[in-house]
Design a protein around this ligand. Structure first.
Ligand code: SAM
Ligand code: SF4
Length: 337
């Protein structure tokens, strides 16, 4: 690293301290979840994707500015060839600059990769799973891979990884299965977090037909379960409930019905090195240009200062109008969900 003029941590105009980076290593995926992307998704040109060396150099720049937690995501991070090399290299910083290195995955590659992830220092992963019914899973993801995901989850468990299941609530699709998904997850020793569908990128179909407010889902769960608001705090957007009957914890991420932007501590970078300070905003900083400039470390740090200047106060998600444009044309799989 050069003698930096920007030694301070990352703080935005609203005095939010940014310590968490979600880093997309690819926008490609082996599934096609209906709420995430269309069947014929236009992926970013491979030539524009950062090399692993560039991703690592960029991550060093973030760590020098006080980023203590990195989550690798995508797209599906585990479909990127050699991603494990990046995990190993970043893993060496755990316990130094990094408090934690984590990963969000759809789980299809976990049976082969769980041991390597654990050996590289990853302790916790998020696995997205929206249905335990083979046909529904195949319909939602447009790929028949439930069995692979379930095998992957067992491999993760055997490797000693702590697992949190992420479940997007979809109207008329998995609404009726949410209680059994939670009971199953808690029975397996996994936490589970429910997520509201967000209007990011065009998909086949209308978001109005997908969206179910989690307030309604929680009300329904409370009819059969004792759900106590939990003291558990992570600094993230989820609120938590402890469920007496399952003995487990339920997280709720509800960007539409309960805005949480005031406590935002994160930024996101795409696989092409574009930094988006807000998932729901169009503000953007080109880190690839900084990385490929004459003075990458200095220019990267200056780009992070710029990101702090332009990070918006909040997103304005709305799924109430049929036929409405998405809040952002970028899919979650591009920005790094
Ligand atoms: N492929 C990995 C996975 O599915 O976990 C990582 C990337 S994926 C974009 C990250 C998370 O974003 C997943 O939990 C997925 O369910 C969620 N997601 C994708 N599109 C979404 C949308 N439009 N609204 C809400 N959640 C979404
Ligand atoms: Fe792929 Fe994850 Fe998007 Fe599903 S949610 S299509 S697994 S990137």
């Amino acid at each position: 690293m050069t003698e930096a003029k920007h030694q301070t941590g990352l703080v935005d105009r609203y005095q939010r301290h940014i310590s968490y980076l979600r880093l997309s290593v690819t926008d490609r995926c082996d599934l096609r979840c209906q709420y995430c992307m269309p069947e014929r998704m236009q992926f970013l040109p491979k030539a524009e994707i950062l090399s692993l060396e560039e991703v690592y150099r960029m991550a060093l720049g973030f760590m020098a500015r006080g980023i203590t937690k990195i989550r690798l995501t995508g797209g599906e991070p585990l479909v990127r060839r050699d991603v494990i090399d990046l995990v190993r290299t970043l893993g060496r910083h755990i316990g130094q600059e990094l408090e934690e290195l984590t990963l969000t995955t759809n789980g299809t590659q976990l049976s082969e990769m769980a041991d390597d992830l654990a050996a590289a220092g990853i302790r916790r992963i998020n696995v997205s799973l929206d249905s335990l019914d083979q046909q529904k899973f195949a319909k939602l993801t447009r790929r028949d891979r439930l069995e692979q995901v379930l095998e992957g989850l067992q491999a993760a468990k055997a490797a000693g990884l702590r697992v949190k299941i992420n479940t997007v609530a979809m109207k008329d699709f998995n609404e009726g299965e949410i209680a059994s998904l939670i009971a199953w997850a808690h029975g397996e020793g996994f936490d589970l977090t429910l997520i509201e569908v967000m209007p990011l990128g065009e998909v086949d179909g209308d978001r109005v037909d997908h969206f179910v407010p989690l307030t309604a889902v929680i009300e329904r769960l409370e009819k059969s379960w004792t759900m106590a608001p939990s003291g558990h705090v992570t600094g993230g957007p989820a609120r938590y409930f402890d469920i007496t009957e399952t003995g487990g914890r339920l997280g709720v991420i509800s960007p539409l019905t309960n805005n949480f932007c005031a406590g935002c501590n994160r930024i996101r970078v795409t696989a092409t090195g574009q930094l988006y300070p807000c998932l729901g905003g169009g503000e953007q900083v080109d880190l690839r240009a900084a990385l490929r400039s004459d003075d990458p470390d200095e220019n990267l740090s200056a780009a992070l200062d710029e990101a702090m200047r332009i990070k918006p106060e909040r997103h304005f998600f709305d799924i109430s109008q049929r036929g409405a444009e998405p809040a952002q044309p970028r899919h979650m799989s591009v920005t790094g969900g």
